[in-house]
Design a protein. Structure first.
Length: 193
C-alpha cells in the first residue's frame, strides 16, 4: 500500500501483519493519544483471484487526527506499530464500515464489537447510518418473535449483555417502535389473536 496523493489530510490508514508488528503495538497506538480504529483480525479474507486462497491475516488501522498532517507524520506512527503503507482516507465513515466489511455482503462479515477504538474515537457513532437502525429494529422484532419475548425490560437487559448494536438503537431512538410492537404483540396474545 503506497502513499497516494500529495499534501496533507486528517485521516490515514495502514495494514498491520501480526508477525511483523511489535507485541505491544496496540498499546503503542493507544498511548499515542490519536483517535483511531483497529479492525478485528482479518483472518478469513480470500484473494480475489477466484482460488479461495486465504489472504495473510492482518489488521486495518485508521488514524483520525484533529488537524491536518502530512503522510510522513502519519507514517512515523505507522512505523512504530509495524504498519505497512500509508494511505489517505477520503471518507471516515466508508473506511470505518470497511473495517468489518459492512457494505460488502460477499466478503466475510467481522464483528463490530471487535473493533478497537482509541483516543476518544467512537466506532458505533462513526459507522451509523439510518438504514442500519431500520435493519436493527427488524432484527429485534424477528428476535422477539423467534424467542417469544413480550417484555421490553427483558429485551433491553438481554441486548445490553448480548447485542450492543441493538442496545444502542433502543437507547438512541428505537425504543418507541419496539415498545409499541411489544405492547401490540402482548395485547394480541392476551386476546387470542
Amino acid at each position: 500500500m503506497a502513499t497516494r496523493g500529495v499534501g496533507r489530510t486528517r485521516n490515514y490508514a495502514t495494514i498491520v501483519y501480526p508477525e511483523s508488528a511489535p507485541d505491544n503495538w496496540s498499546r503503542i497506538l493507544s498511548e499515542a493519544c490519536i483517535p483511531c480504529f483497529i479492525s478485528p483480525l482479518h483472518d478469513q479474507d480470500v484473494l480475489s483471484d477466484g482460488t479461495g486462497t486465504l489472504k495473510k491475516p492482518h489488521y486495518h488501522v485508521m488514524l483520525m487526527y484533529d488537524s491536518v498532517k502530512t503522510p510522513e507524520q502519519a507514517q512515523e506512527v505507522f512505523s512504530k506499530i509495524g504498519g505497512i503503507g500509508c494511505e489517505k482516507v477520503e471518507s471516515i465513515r466508508s473506511y470505518s464500515r470497511y473495517l468489518c466489511h459492512l457494505d460488502d455482503p460477499d466478503k466475510v462479515q467481522y464483528k463490530v464489537d471487535d473493533v478497537l477504538s482509541y483516543g476518544g474515537a467512537d466506532y458505533i457513532a462513526t459507522i451509523g447510518m439510518v438504514s442500519d437502525k431500520y435493519k436493527a429494529i427488524g432484527e429485534i422484532i424477528d428476535f422477539c418473535e423467534e424467542n417469544d419475548i413480550y417484555s421490553y425490560a427483558d429485551l433491553i437487559v438481554w441486548c445490553r449483555s448480548n447485542r450492543s448494536d441493538w442496545f444502542r438503537v433502543l437507547c438512541d431512538n428505537g425504543t418507541y417502535v419496539v415498545r409499541e410492537y411489544l405492547k401490540s404483540r402482548s395485547w394480541e396474545a392476551k386476546s387470542g389473536k
